[in-house]
Ligand binder design. Structure first.
Ligand code: ATP
Length: 226
C-alpha cells in the first residue's frame, strides 16, 4: 500500500481530533494503538475518505481522498467497530452479494464470488443464515467477507476482536493474518498487532510512536502508566 498524509489535521468544531500529521505508509501489515479517544479511528477513517482533512491531504495508492472520493472507497475497504451495523440484507449470502450488485455485477457472477469468499473464510455453512442470528465471531467474519468480496487493495479493520470470546478471537485473528490484502488494524488487543511490520501509537491526537511493535508497545505502557 502507499498511503501519504501531508500536513493533515482534523477538527470537529473546537475539538482537534488529529494534530497536523505528515506520514507515508508502504508496509503491508500495519497496526494502530492508543488510549480511548486518542485519534485512531479518525486517522483510519481519513484513509478511506469517511473523514475529510480539515487541512492538508491524504492520498491512497495515488488517489486523493477528497478529489477521488469514490475511487478511494473501492481501494480501501473499512470494517467497522460494530460490524452488525454494516450488514444490510437479512440473509448472509444476499448481504455479501449486495456490494457486488451495487457495482453492476450480474446474478451468476455475484453467486460465484459470494461462494468463493464464503469458502475462503471457512463459513459456507452460513450462506442462508439470517444476519441478526449470527454470533459475534460469525458477524465479524461475514462483515469482513462482505468487504473483501468487493476486492479492495487495502483493508482497514477497526477493533476486529472487540467483544469476541477466546475461540472467536483466535478465529478472527487467524483469518486476518492470512488475508492477501494489505491491512491496517486498529485495536486494544495488543497480541493482535505483535507481529505487524509497523505499529503506530496515537496519543491526544498526535502520533506518539511509530516503529517496531515491541518498541511502540513499550511507549504505550509508559503513556498509559501501567
Ligand atoms: N464525529 C465526531 N464529532 C465530534 N468529535 C468527534 C467525532 N469523531 C471523533 N471525535 C472526537 O475526536 C477524538 C478522537 O476520537 P477517535 O474516535 O478518533 O478516537 P479513538 O482513538 O478511535 O478512540 P476509541 O479507542 O475510544 O475508539 C475524541 O475526542 C472524539 O470524541
Amino acid at each position: 500500500m502507499d498511503i501519504r498524509f501531508t500536513d493533515c489535521s482534523v477538527r470537529f468544531g473546537e475539538r482537534v481530533a488529529l494534530q497536523p500529521l505528515t506520514l507515508t505508509i508502504t508496509e503491508r501489515r500495519v497496526g494502530i494503538i492508543g488510549l480511548n479517544g486518542s485519534g485512531k479511528t479518525t486517522f483510519a477513517r481519513l484513509i478511506n475518505g469517511l473523514v475529510k482533512p480539515s487541512a492538508g491531504s491524504v492520498t491512497v495508492n495515488g488517489l486523493d481522498t477528497v478529489k477521488d472520493e469514490r475511487a478511494v472507497l473501492s481501494e480501501a475497504g473499512f470494517i467497522f467497530q460494530n460490524p452488525q451495523h454494516q450488514l444490510i440484507m437479512p440473509v448472509v449470502a444476499d448481504d455479501i452479494g449486495f456490494g457486488l450488485k451495487n457495482r453492476g455485477l450480474k446474478g451468476e457472477e455475484i453467486d460465484k464470488r459470494t461462494q468463493a469468499v464464503l469458502s475462503r473464510f471457512g463459513v459456507e455453512h452460513l450462506a442462508r443464515r439470517r444476519v441478526h442470528e449470527l454470533s459475534g465471531g460469525e458477524t465479524q467474519l461475514i462483515a469482513m467477507a462482505s468487504v473483501v468480496v468487493t476486492d479492495p487493495k487495502i483493508l482497514i479493520l477497526d477493533e476486529p476482536t472487540n467483544q469476541l470470546d477466546l475461540r472467536n478471537r483466535r478465529r478472527v485473528a487467524d483469518t486476518i493474518a492470512t488475508l492477501d490484502e494489505d491491512t491496517l488494524v486498529i485495536t486494544h488487543d495488543l497480541p493482535l498487532v505483535e507481529n505487524v511490520e509497523r505499529l503506530l501509537l496515537f496519543h491526544e491526537g498526535r502520533l506518539a510512536a511509530d516503529g517496531a511493535p515491541q518498541e511502540t508497545i513499550r511507549h504505550y505502557h509508559e503513556i498509559a502508566g501501567c
